[in-house]
Design a binder for this molecule. Structure first.
Ligand code: GSH
Length: 216
């Protein structure tokens, strides 16, 4: 059985966790506790997690690679190359948004961090959120981002990234941020309400995971 190593919080492992769950593919969800991390770091390629240990023992790092591999195992990677490219388009726009909104303020002291994030929301980060809102606008009620009737990893990435962003983990990013982006809010809630996803957070919905519920 594959073993997914990450910390307990949703973060960069949550798309893979959800994909395994949706696809009914067994895996071991190894949740590393913070204090034990320094003693474990060196056993992982690149000294970081998430890492997926395959059945043959090989260790696969980088969440983007893990997510696509797990999506292929679980029927969430479009077979049509054009649809796969449109799923990726959403993922890369999410990365642009994340970089514009959070990366420059990462190691600033708290007060400056909050100010920098508010400025980013009013500037380039906000522009990327508007672009994402426009991207999901046609699929906020029906259809999916890859262009067909099938949910793909791209939809999960949008759901997880937006929910991580507004989960309260990032100082200066309001929990109700999506009220200004109605299509994103509707789309996020629609993914959260899918029976398999709702069931996942009904069972494991404490702490930061409370934010992953519909209408949270
Ligand atoms: N590009 C990598 C980044 C991985 C990464 O930054 N992992 C963080 C947790 S989100 C980590 O392992 N931090 C502990 C450390 O660097 O010691 C990916 O997407 O997997």
């Amino acid at each position: 059985m594959p073993k997914l190593f990450y910390f307990a919080f949703p973060g960069r492992a949550e798309v893979a966790r959800l994909a395994f769950h949706i696809g009914n593919v067994d895996f071991e969800d190894v949740r590393i506790d913070g204090p034990s991390w320094p003693g474990q770091k060196s056993k992982f390629p690149f000294g970081q997690v998430p890492v997926l240990q395959l059945d043959d023992g090989r260790m696969l790092a980088q969440s983007g690679a893990i997510d696509r591999y797990v999506a292929k195992l679980t029927g969430l990677y479009p077979e049509d190359p054009v649809q796969a490219a449109f799923a990726d388009q959403a993922v890369f726009l999410l990365q642009d948004m994340w970089e514009a909104l959070l990366t420059p303020s990462w190691s600033l002291p708290l007060e400056e961090k909050v100010k920098a994030r508010q400025e980013a929301l009013a500037g380039k980060g906000g522009d990327k959120l508007k672009a994402l809102d426009k991207l999901v606008e046609p699929v906020q009620q029906s259809g999916w981002l890859a262009g067909g009737e099938q949910l793909s990893f791209g939809d999960l990435e949008v759901f997880v990234t937006l929910t991580n962003l507004t989960s309260g983990m990032f100082e200066g990013i309001p929990k109700d941020l999506l009220k200004d982006y109605p299509a994103l809010k509707a789309f996020r809630n629609r993914v959260a309400a899918l029976p398999a996803i709702k069931a996942y957070y009904d069972k494991d919905g404490e702490g930061l995971r409370a934010a992953f519920k519909p209408d949270a």
